[in-house]
Design a protein around this ligand. Sequence first.
Ligand code: GLU
Length: 485
Amino acid sequence: MSVRVRFAPSPTGYLHVGGLRTALYNYLFAKKYNGKLILRIEDTDRSRLVENAMENLIESLEWAGLHFDESPVDEGAYGPYIQSQRLEIYKNHASILIESGHAYYAFDTPEEIDNMRKRLQESNADSKYDRMNMSNQFTLGDDKTKEYLIQDKPYVIRLKIPDELIEFNDIIRGKVVVHGKEIDDQVLLKSDGFPTYHLANVVDDHLMEITHVIRGEEWLPSTPKHIILYNYFGWQIPQFAHLPLLLNKDKSKLSKRQGDVAVEDYKSKGYFRDAFINFIALLGWNPSADKEIYTIDELIESFNLEKVNKSGAVFDMVKLDWMNAHYLRNIESVNILAVQLNEILIKNNIEPTKFNQDYLEKVILLFRERVTFIHEIPSLATYMFSDPNEFDEEYKLKYWKENTGELISELKTDLSNLNNFDHAIVHDEVMKFVESKGIKLKDIIHPIRLIITGRSQGAGMFETMEVLGKDVCLKRFESFINKIN
Ligand code: GLU
């Protein structure tokens, strides 16, 4: 049987990083086994609906490069299946369970439910639905139930949980056993005619022929209810794999309070897609103890659900930044980075037309070892985009000596004779100058840095000069000397 998996988010506003991890593991699993990955929007909880949430979700998934198979309208397209468009299917399945006696009508009003809860709390009993003392098919009998239905009394349909052990196997956690006594008579169909998550989820997983349900650990407590549903319908049970929780550094559950949890935030902060996916993939699984950097193809090839950890995975921002920096340093298509840098310059109101693609590529090569994001380059190296107008006073005090102005003027003349401003040639010229004057390299290199950049630190000085070019460098020498005199 070929593998069919699904990512089934509820559209609650954005794609959570935990959701992305779930989607990614499903994707890796599907790709590894040449299976199909389905996107299904679980939007049956009308109280949690958020406008544009589905579009946001899809946008984030697209950014992440996760491609989905199948669509209800067009085979091979992006999808998704949308549960709110499938209400009849769930209603029909709830009716099947009523017919077979595995589910029942309940007519309790919200007040009756509240009172039941209070009563159970006071008597310290289980806070489960009190099947034998409420207003439902059991206590009313079939005739009264029919009468209520004819009268259009609001009702829900509840699952009749059996009084027995429920067992299933989880690929990551092994055997899980729960007693029916501990499970509530779950509502399957709500009074607004919408199914609950449990009914819609199981019905769809069956109809969509899902072979492996790979989802977050928070759904583990729901799984026994799902097993009961599969058994009542007489359907084959898929395999389950519940992925470990994502944790903050202090081992608490990953929360907004300690950092961003929406994928779109990481996208807008400028993380590379490949770096982010690499990082997310290793939250709870790593095929090798001494390797951290994986291409998507390597991830697919080595993915193994059985090797996913049970214990929570720490979302370590320092590691994420390290990974992003690593990708920045190693990306081969510097031309794409240059396009991005150009956009950043526009946003920063730096006139990008002054700098051609070739120049921007050279600037990136010069500075990418020193930053985590490309957008840090314009502020780290303002002097690559405009002449410096501020000069580090402390630096100047330390290295600008009485005769420095004179030396710089002379050096400027030497440099102006160069036809080639390649860093090695500039270096040789400066070294010649140093020797002929009987000074040390530091006596001249720091003043040069001050003049060219205004700062005490930066990339290699001769490399910086090469990228800026002879004209810009000599102009800066000139205006600094004029200012000093
Ligand atoms: N709709 C659930 C969610 O929002 C899906 C859980 C599952 O995959 O079964 O995560």
